[in-house]
Design a protein around this ligand. Structure first.
Ligand code: 2E7
Ligand code: F3S
Length: 336
């Protein structure tokens, strides 16, 4: 994980943070970066542009990103979310979600004559290519990730005969390989950096020749959001993470906040889910959001806290993100 930013480096605060604060005054620390990553921005815009260009209904396999508000908003605009390709009428337009799909899914869409647009995040496609390459070289590929997550199913599906899933440090003992000199680990893009390093250390105890991925599989956005929440957590009585329960990277932010010293941390989809009892005796509330979360939902939480006397909002900035991905080829001309 060579590109992870060291924890206590590069943290900037708003000009008059802390120092001007009267003791006992309530404050909010706002993690930066938070919210949409480049892959989510691209995936959501892909669906919006596809709707504009082709009209409703268009179909999306699985949730385009794991966020309730995004999925409900697009549903209202005429998007039909399905679990599998066989639910899509022959010849219709189907978008593949940001989490990626296996070659078998591409094949079943082609067999139904579906027109497809692939909104897979380019950083997931990169991991698929790594899986294909190491399978071609006949490596055993140990894919660290969460069982049942769509991204893991897509990546494993690139080379099912070569990939074994390793779901955290406790799964390491069950791993067996054919040739200990040809073993590599790859990972899901949204894991906890620290837990993944523990899993890798355990794997390396068993397989000293274990190879690392050619570049980080845990993506820049996952790493940056974890670094930011770690920077603010020790000062927080409470960290509110905005995100949905099925959003892996959002759930990881709650775990990272608690691991880094936040006294409490909760995941909420909407401000209305914040229980006022959580604020009893609390002076410092941290706020962050997962990579699939629109900023308007964070605004809702900030406004709610304002109503409870938390008027002072201070950014805690650990990185600046500028990455933008081009839209899928089919829609490139449509970007404004
Ligand atoms: C695609 C990928 O949609 P998310 O909540 O997804 P996770 O994987 O965290 O459940 O977040 C954006 C995203 C992250 N990773 C989309 Cl592969
Ligand atoms: Fe891609 Fe990472 Fe976002 S894999 S979709 S940039 S969380």
């Amino acid at each position: 994980m060579s590109s992870a930013v060291p924890l206590n480096v590069g943290i900037t605060r708003s000009a008059d943070s802390g120092a001007s604060r009267a003791d006992g005054e309530k404050r909010v620390l706002l993690a930066e970066p938070r919210g949409y990553c480049a892959g989510v921005d691209r995936a959501v815009e892909t669906v919006e542009k596809a709707l504009e260009k082709h009209g409703a209904p268009i179909y999306v396999r699985k949730e385009i990103v794991h966020n309730r508000h995004v999925v409900e908003t697009l549903t209202d605009q005429g998007v039909v979310f399905v679990d599998e390709t066989d639910e899509v009428p022959e010849g219709a337009l189907l978008v593949f979600s940001a989490h990626g799909v296996s070659p078998a899914v591409h094949e079943s869409a082609a067999a139904r004559n579906l027109r497809t647009i692939d909104a897979t995040c380019p950083l997931v496609t990169k991991v698929h290519q790594e899986a294909k390459r190491f399978a071609r070289d006949d490596f055993d590929i140990l894919l660290i990730g969460h069982e049942g997550h769509e991204e893991v199913e897509g990546t494993a599906g690139e080379a099912p005969d070569h990939v074994q899933l390793v779901d955290g440090p406790d799964s390491v003992d069950a791993v067996t390989v054919r040739d200990e000199s040809k073993v590599i680990w790859l990972s899901q893009t949204t894991l906890s950096v620290d837990e993944t390093m523990q899993t890798v250390a355990r794997l390396r105890e068993r397989f000293p020749n274990l190879q690392d991925p050619p570049s980080d599989d845990i993506c820049y956005a996952t790493q940056n959001r974890q670094v930011a929440v770690k920077a603010m957590a020790p000062e927080c009585d409470l960290v509110i993470v905005v995100g949905s329960r099925n959003s892996s990277n959002s759930v990881r932010l709650v775990e990272v906040a608690l691991g880094a010293g936040a006294k409490a941390s909760y995941l909420v989809d909407y401000a209305r889910e914040v229980d006022p009892a959580w604020l009893d005796g609390v002076r410092t509330v941290g706020i962050t959001s997962g990579a699939s979360v629109p900023e308007i939902l964070v605004r809702g939480v900030i406004d709610l806290l304002d109503e409870h006397g938390f008027h002072d909002v201070q950014p805690v900035t650990t990185a600046n993100e500028t990455l933008v991905f081009a839209l899928p080829r089919e829609l490139r001309a449509a970007r404004t």
